[in-house]
Design a protein around this ligand. Sequence first.
Ligand SMILES: Nc1ncnc2c1ncn2[C@@H]1O[C@H](COP(=O)(O)OP(=O)(O)OP(=O)(O)O)[C@@H](O)[C@H]1O
Ligand SMILES: [Mg+2]
Ligand SMILES: [Mg+2]
Length: 486
Amino acid sequence: RNKIALLVPLAVICRDSPQQLVGVVGLEIHAQIRSNTKLFSASAVRFSSPPNSLVSFFDASLPGTLPVLNKRCVEAAVMTGLALNCTINQKSLFDRKHYFYADLPAGYQITQQRRPIAVDGVLNYSLMGGKKKKNQVVRKSARITQIQLEQDSGKSLHDDLQSQTLIDLNRAGVGLMELVMEPDMSCGEEAAAAVRELQLILQALGTCEGNMSEGQLRVDANVSVHRPGQPFGVRAEVKNINSARNLARAIDYEIQRQIQVLESGGTVQNETRAYDSKTGIFFLCSRFMPDQAVVVQEIRDRLPELPHVTRDRLVHAYNILPEHSFTLVNEDGLVEYFEAVMKQTRMNARKVIGWVTNELLGQLKQQDGSVGQSPISPSALAELLELQETGQISSSGAKQVFQEMWRSPGKTARLIVQEKDLGLVSDTEQLHGICQRIVDSHPEEVNAIRKGNKKVLNKLMGLVQKETKGRADPVLVQAILQDKTS
Ligand SMILES: Nc1ncnc2c1ncn2[C@@H]1O[C@H](COP(=O)(O)OP(=O)(O)OP(=O)(O)O)[C@@H](O)[C@H]1O
Ligand SMILES: [Mg+2]
Ligand SMILES: [Mg+2]
């Protein structure tokens, strides 16, 4: 069950060329449904609880117990299906998938195969690419064959010292959505971008927490290679991947491996699981209860703003670049932070983006922190930006203040400007004096300016700023220097 992929960082270029063998990738994604109770029983769903403390008779498959379908799980799957442009089947059926494994006490998993809850969807996602590489948003899509509701299995805990395996059934019966996708992708980078987008959508919907390292989102990658125009090759399955980055690496490694196998005259083996005989239908026999009805239209009305809509909205509302909308949406809490700052400052959005993505994210990345842990609140940052915007401090001064605010949380920008004497020097007389000294000591530059080389003026402005440690009011300095060199 635990095929471990050997991970070697390799990049596969996502490009079609008629002679070359290229990768074909289809994902199966298991998303644990965010719900208080399991799919068919009232046991609680919780992580890191004592082993076997969340197990009802049904979860342990004791005879005489019956499943009761959890409405919340159905709603989550319907909502996810709607967000992914699926058709919702008004009537769907459960099937039994029989296989024998210690952490599956019934000997079968209740899943959906023939008539799943949602079908025919599409996941739209984007990559950073383009000719100049990585500065253009390239839009892609991958079709979703179906979304099926199914039970999670228990967990096997291997005790190597005593060479025995212990079973924890806390996870047995937790609701999963399996998203089966068409083989529409061609390399690891695409798969990773698609999974990241899906993760954002699930989190926006609240139907799955989407944490890959905790196993809430598990991705199996089916990988094959072929020559474009030819039928697909035999697929191998790569499992147990715990991050989007490792997913990309594992897929690219597998594509390269298969290309090498084929080019050296070998054949790719279809590595399938031993336990997937798909027999038997399971009917959920229950009386119709009106309060248990799931109304698709009601869920459609409740859909929250999805990540691609958020990105479009940000681009239009603030006139920012598409790539910046990706940065904002990708970082948990950053959209809210940015919009809160925007409400409280007159500074232009693109300048604010610079502050948020360079200064704020830069600091957070250094400390491996999240936006929620920023010692500088949106309103504190807005206050600082206002000082810059109204010409009370220069942009380099503002950056110094930012660093100081980071070090001493609670101190306002205004206070730091006072304490450190970082305010802009706009005392005309004082600036006149400084400018005169610079003009007197640089006759060649002044001559060049008088002959029409206006660029040299910037050099003089730089010298004034050097003398005032970047605190001179740039507008005033420019006016004074222009006057003195005309
Ligand atoms: N030639 C191929 N190359 C790459 N991927 C493929 C190819 N053919 C099918 N796939 C992908 O394989 C996956 C098949 O998933 P599906 O759940 O239907 O069957 P399974 O893998 O046999 O079942 P299980 O759920 O037990 O893993 C899909 O994601 C599909 O896109
Ligand atoms: Mg599979
Ligand atoms: Mg499958």
